[in-house]
Design a protein around this ligand. Structure first.
Ligand code: FAD
Length: 535
């Protein structure tokens, strides 16, 4: 099999044109091409009126060696590499103790799956409920203002990414094919096969729910165990090494290997780890608002006359602006054709985020417009970033009227410095509701100043971005973890042996894919340690 990269075709090409392009590129006759499949398909929309598709293709040929020899010096034609993932270990027959994984988000799910596949029969502890029950609780906040602190957008089976856009792209280099492993497992669990080849794949919320249930079944069938409503309240440490965990229900579980994949909202868990002396340091994160525009505005700007083309789907964007006050403002977690969601995990607080369905056909585009901040903005002690998040989220709750409505403002009014009193052409999607007013008190002055400078700059890239009626809702504070639980090269905590900090909460991931990949790495490290090899 040979791999051809960077093969470009116009957006509206036929299957026959693709075949012809392969034949032409390789200088072969039609009979020599036995089969072809798409490994990757992206697009180049820099020229809106001539959008091209860019393919990476695997082709099976008669006389492959001869063709390959002809293209010896061509970097875009080479033998197809083996992209299968290979497990690093196999559990011994007499496994002394089972590894424990805390959290069943993407990181814990893949740590658990890999440990189970290698025969280590992990015990996975998740504070929230199974995904169907969790969905009801999450809708309880969105529809009835009833908040459950243990079962919500952040906590429960599937973790934070369950009610999301399910964007799966990552910039991570993948020499061991862990990313491919993640996508392959998702497809086995019911994701559309296109996620294997699209350059910007996404799944959407409803599919994720059934996929997660399917993957839970796989882990259990392999001897793993998943316990819901099992919040880890304490880590038992003796002589600098973990010995087990204590659950909120009083039960203790012995374990010498514990993966902590608790996500970025496990504030009580971080506090417990800090009090137990586990080494934690503060880390930069970002704060800001969600912004909503008509999706049609983004589609037109990105795709021109191709707006709405089925191969392109709803358009996304990625924006960044470096401000005069030294801050950077950027778009975060852009959700084409999606909704803004209430994403708090603590009572009396308001946090925004975004999600979508697979179809991405809601009327609004939304993204976080956030300002990067660093520990210099929240000095003091390692958990000070969490204190800042809480302060801003409580303030947002109050500015929203104390009913879980999000405080909001129209972009035109925000830029002009006047409170908003009524919506225009953009209806916000956040539920339970948006309480219009003045957002300038919702964030520190430097962040407001930076966002006020960035929006007109973004408007120069996407005309209409700073339109009067676009809606801002606040606050976006859970962009990434405000802490890092430092680990060594063997993935164990700097000062607590047997503790494997992993995923977004520990400061090693930012998104579904990177969290899942980090879960695989943590599982490999645990497995190698148990069988006596170093990672
Ligand atoms: P989490 O997913 O946060 O999982 C941690 C789990 O640990 C949770 O289930 C929690 O209940 C559990 N837990 C916490 N403390 C304890 C404890 N003490 N005991 C037991 N269990 C505990 N990323 C993308 O890549 N694409 C997207 O489109 C996208 N959209 C998003 C939309 C929303 C609304 C949100 C909230 C996030 C979105 N993200 C998206 C981010 C993505 O969800 C996270 O990066 C990812 O889920 C992090 O994975 P994780 O496993 O590290 O942590």
């Amino acid at each position: 099999m040979l791999r051809i990269t960077e093969l470009k075709l116009p957006l509206d090409h036929s299957e026959n044109q693709l075949k012809s392009a392969i034949i032409q590129r390789l200088g072969i006759n039609a009979g020599q091409l036995k089969s072809h499949s798409i490994f990757r398909r992206g697009y180049d929309a820099r020229k809106r009126d001539s959008i091209t598709l860019i393919y990476t293709l695997d082709v099976e040929l008669e006389n492959e060696a001869v063709v390959l020899a002809r293209f010896r010096d061509d970097p875009h034609i080479a033998p197809t590499p083996d992209t299968r993932y290979h497990p690093v270990a196999q559990a011994p027959q007499n496994l002394a103790t089972r590894p424990v994984v805390i959290g069943f988000g993407p990181c814990g799910l893949f740590a658990g799956l890999l440990l189970a596949e290698m025969g280590f029969r992990p015990i996975i502890l998740e504070r929230g409920k199974p995904v169907r029950e969790r969905t009801k609780d999450t809708f309880g906040l969105w529809r009835q203002r009833e908040f459950n602190p243990e079962s919500n957008v952040q906590f429960g089976e599937g973790g934070a990414g369950t009610f999301s856009d399910g964007k799966l792209h990552t910039q991570i280099k993948d020499p061991h094919h862990r990313g491919r492993k993640v996508l392959t497992e998702f497809v086995k669990a019911g994701a559309p096969t296109e996620i294997l080849y699209l350059s910007k794949p996404h799944i959407g919320t409803f599919r994720l729910v059934s996929m997660i249930e399917e993957m839970r079944g796989t882990i259990e069938a392999l001897g793993g165990e998943i316990r819901f409503q099992s919040r880890v309240e304490d880590i038992l440490i003796e002589n600098g090494a973990v010995r087990g965990v204590a659950l909120a229900n009083g039960e203790t579980i012995d374990a010498d290997h514990i993966v902590i994949a608790a996500g970025h909202s496990a504030r009580d868990t971080f506090k417990m780890l800090y009090e137990r002396g586990v080494y934690i340091e503060p880390k930069p994160f970002s704060i800001g608002f969600r912004i909503e525009h008509p999706q049609s505005l983004i589609d037109r700007c990105r795709f021109g006359s191709y707006a709405g083309h089925p191969l392109l789907g709803a358009a996304d964007y990625k924006l960044v602006h470096h401000c005069k006050n030294g801050r950077s403002v950027y778009s975060f977690c852009m959700c084409p054709g999606g909704t803004v969601v209430a994403a708090t995990s603590e009572p009396g607080q308001v946090v925004t985020n975004g999600m979508s369905q697979y179809s991405r056909n809601e009327r609004n585009a939304n993204s976080g417009i956030v300002v990067g901040i660093t520990p210099d903005d929240y000095p003091g002690y390692p958990l000070a970033g969490i204190d800042l998040q809480r302060e801003l989220e409580k303030r947002a709750f109050e500015l929203g009227g104390g009913t879980y409505d999000a405080p909001g403002q129209l972009v035109g009014d925000f830029l002009a410095g006047r409170p908003s009193t009524g919506f225009g052409s953009v209806q916000p999607s956040y539920t339970p509701g948006v309480h219009l007013g003045d957002l300038s008190k919702a964030l520190p002055a430097y962040a407001i100043e930076a966002i006020r400078e960035a929006l007109p700059a973004f408007d120069r890239k996407i005309p209409g971005f700073a339109m009067q009626d676009a809606v801002l809702t606040g606050v976006e504070t859970r962009t990434s973890s405000p802490i890092r639980i430092k680990r060594n090269g063997d993935y164990q905590s700097l000062n607590t042996r047997g503790l494997y900090p992993a995923g977004e909460g520990a400061g090693y991931a930012g998104g579904i894919m990177s969290a899942a990949i980090d879960g695989i790495k943590a599982a490999e490290a645990v497995a190698l340690n148990i069988i006596g090899k170093r990672k």
